[in-house]
Design a protein around this ligand. Structure first.
Ligand SMILES: NC(=O)c1ccc[n+]([C@@H]2O[C@H](COP(=O)([O-])OP(=O)(O)OC[C@H]3O[C@@H](n4cnc5c(N)ncnc54)[C@H](OP(=O)(O)O)[C@@H]3O)[C@@H](O)[C@H]2O)c1
Length: 268
């Protein structure tokens, strides 16, 4: 008989920020597959509802809910916390990124990146962590990037925020000593979210070329350091995150967990 690993996550509740598309949606799907009730978030109420409906029809034993809110807006964030005061798992996935010249990023841009990529996640964590410690179970995951430890120089305003998450995660992990609460950071490498796919299609408009050919050419020309020479699929990150959320992964404490396709060339 095949042995199928039970992640022991049934009936847990997870808030996955930025989960209407890309990596966040894949994480929500993988958690729902494990029987988790997922709270779906994004800024567009109808788009969030359509993801909720999709998950409900695929995993009818779970109760996904609409947690639409702009998490950068403090009032909207607090209203969300009031609506959903109890969760077991917080996946701080939402984040913005854009290639940008250093000289083009003024204080307003830096402010936006820090508020969106760091302070929104910090605000949610500050609210939920004490309750997780009280319950003696909880998972907090921050979504960083290989840019956190290997800035490419193409997006300094982004790389800084992702480095900050690594430090925040380790500091918060220190507060979980002796408990079944973990705080970790996942560092995906280049991942094929809908946004990224559109960018590749835009670079290679040739309709006769298959996507995998476009992907191969793009990787060879732009990301030669990737050892997989393809984009990571969101579902791969989703499966990793589901495992980190499981009670089997209690020994990951304050860890920077790399799934970068070999982008970072160092041993650790
Ligand atoms: N894709 C990659 O190659 C890659 C690599 C490494 C790390 N990452 C990280 O992984 C995370 C997800 O990336 P992705 O490519 O999957 O992103 P994405 O496709 O751009 O999706 C972002 C999600 O966040 C939501 N969102 C954006 N701003 C929001 C806000 N203020 N409040 C609430 N929701 C908001 C979006 O929905 P609405 O726009 O409708 O609000 C969407 O659901 C990010 O933190 C990113 O930095 C990505």
């Amino acid at each position: 008989m095949d042995y199928i690993m039970d992640m022991e996550l049934r009936n847990k509740t997870a808030l996955v920020t930025g989960s209407t598309k890309g990596i966040g949606k894949a994480i929500a799907m993988e958690l729902a597959k494990e029987g988790v009730h997922v709270l779906i978030n994004g800024r567009d109420y109808d788009e969030v509802q359509s993801t909720v409906n999709e998950i409900k029809s695929e995993f009818p034993a779970t109760s996904p809910q609409n947690a639409a809110a702009d998490l950068v807006d403090i009032e909207q964030r607090e209203a969300l916390l009031e609506k959903f005061p109890n969760i077991d798992i917080l996946v701080n996935n939402m984040g913005i990124y854009e290639i940008m010249q250093y000289e083009d990023a003024d204080d307003e841009v830096w402010d936006k990146y820090i508020h969106t990529n760091v302070l929104a996640a910090n605000g949610l964590t500050k609210f939920y962590l004490p309750q997780m410690l009280k319950n003696d179970f909880g998972r907090v995951i921050f979504m960083a990037s290989e840019e956190a430890i290997m800035p490419s120089g193409k997006m300094p305003q982004y790389a800084v925020t992702k480095s900050m998450l690594l430090s925040l995660s380790k500091s918060l992990s220190k507060l979980t000593v002796g408990t079944e609460v973990t705080v970790n950071t996942v560092m995906p490498g280049p991942t094929l979210s809908e946004n990224v796919q559109q960018i590749i299609e835009g670079i290679y408009p040739d309709e006769k070329m298959s996507f995998s050919e476009k992907e191969k050419q793009f990787m060879a020309a732009n990301l030669p350091q990737s050892e997989i020479q393809r984009f990571i699929r969101p579902i791969e990150i989703g499966r990793l995150v589901a495992f980190i959320c499981s009670p089997h992964a209690s020994a990951f404490k304050g860890s920077p967990i790399r799934m970068d396709g070999g982008m970072v060339p160092t041993i650790i």
